[in-house]
Design a protein around this ligand. Structure first.
Ligand code: GTP
Ligand code: MG
Length: 346
């Protein structure tokens, strides 16, 4: 057990072109409907949802044979609309891994390519969700089934179309310098990018994509995830909101270390660097999107990675996208300098 708690929850960023199904995919995983709450069903913010390991093993069912010690996955939703490049870059910078969602019927579009460039820059491992397979003409839906089960139920023509579409994606990825293959033919995750055919609407292929993500985290990231579990907290501010009874609060993604009530923190304001002290920490329920969650649990401390609401004095004027750092011990000036430096990039 002790070993388990030392590994930090990997952050999985969901990226891709507008309307290709990022939020729907997360809705399917968390069993909610965030899409229906969005203005014009367009995502305009970065969101965060913790999916605990037991939910993942439950959904991936018999597929989850690997022994797993990541505590869960923290999913980050990003907007696909071209206007939100900054938010996508911010999401990409936070990610340990990513899902690039591509509408299999439309193929690569400009923001698909943009997402891949961001991931390449940060050397972030990713998987492709070849989404909306249920839209292939003649598709016979096998609700929530793993890919191989549903694929076996399709007639030859439909299987042929899917294969062709997957190879078109393989070709596009190859043009960009990535080796890829349908996930069930990949034996070495380090060499090949997995393409998982999915439907965010019917749940087909969702067990497989979860299994591939956990496999990636397990095999290639456990070392880097281990080191950063302790130590002073570091995070990125998603939103700054006034909450009844709490005053000004920050929705934060904590990507490193620990954040506790009473901690001194440094964060960037409109005009100056703000130094303050954490008054309370409010945790959204698992499987809930932090940006629309209404019931929070008060906690004394939180360990990365997590989405957390932070209440503290003097938060007026904090800018979304700002770094947040915990000051611990004599490193105050260094931390302030760090925040000042990072702020120049947002
Ligand atoms: P942005 O956040 O605006 O970039 O879009 P998004 O990528 O989050 O797409 P979203 O999940 O909002 O889905 C866009 C539309 O496609 C919605 O009407 C969804 O219901 C639909 N959709 C998403 N995934 C699927 C799928 O697998 N099959 C079908 N048939 N429709 C889907
Ligand atoms: Mg969306």
């Amino acid at each position: 057990m002790a070993k388990k708690s030392k590994i930090r929850t990997p952050i999985v960023c969901v990226m891709g072109h507008v309307d290709h199904g990022k939020t729907s995919l997360l809705d399917k995983i968390r069993g909610s409907s965030v899409v229906s709450t969005e203005a014009g069903a367009i995502t305009q913010h970065i969101g965060a949802t913790l999916v605990p390991l037991d939910a993942i093993t439950h959904m991936s069912g018999a597929l989850s044979k690997v022994s797993v010690n990541v505590p869960g996955l923290l999913f980050i939703d990003t907007p696909g609309h071209h206007a939100f490049t900054t938010l996508r870059a911010r999401g990409g910078a936070l990610a340990d891994m990513a899902i690039v969602v591509v509408d299999i019927n439309e193929g690569f579009r400009p923001q698909t390519i943009e997402a891949l460039q961001i991931l390449r820059n940060y050397k972030t491992p990713f998987v492709i969700a070849a989404n909306k397979i249920d839209r292939i003409h003649g598709w016979r839906v096998q609700k929530d089934q793993p890919f191989n089960k549903t694929f076996a139920q399709q007639n030859e023509r439909v299987q042929g179309i899917l294969e062709t579409k997957v190879y078109e994606l393989v070709g596009k990825l190859s043009d960009l310098g990535f080796n890829s293959e349908r996930f069930d033919r990949v034996s070495d995750f380090a060499r090949n990018i997995c393409i998982v055919p999915t439907s965010a609407l019917t749940g087909e292929g969702i067990p497989d994509i979860l299994m591939v993500l956990v496999g990636l985290a397990q095999r290639y990231m456990t070392e880097s995830l281990k080191v950063s579990a302790d130590g002073p907290g570091a995070g990125t501010v998603l939103e700054v909101k006034e909450e009844r009874g709490l005053g000004m609060t920050l929705d934060l993604i904590l990507y490193d270390g620990t954040l506790a009530v009473g901690d001194e923190i440094v964060v960037a304001g409109n005009e100056e660097i703000i130094e303050t002290k954490v008054r309370s920490l409010l945790k959204p329920r698992p499987m809930k999107e932090i940006l629309i969650e209404e019931r929070f649990e008060r906690v004394r401390s939180v360990t990365a990675a997590a989405g957390i609401k932070v209440a503290a004095p003097k938060l007026d004027g904090v800018i979304a996208g700002s770094p947040l750092r915990v000051v611990r011990g004599p490193n105050r000036d260094e931390v302030v300098e760090q925040v000042r430096h990072e702020v120049q990039d947002i």
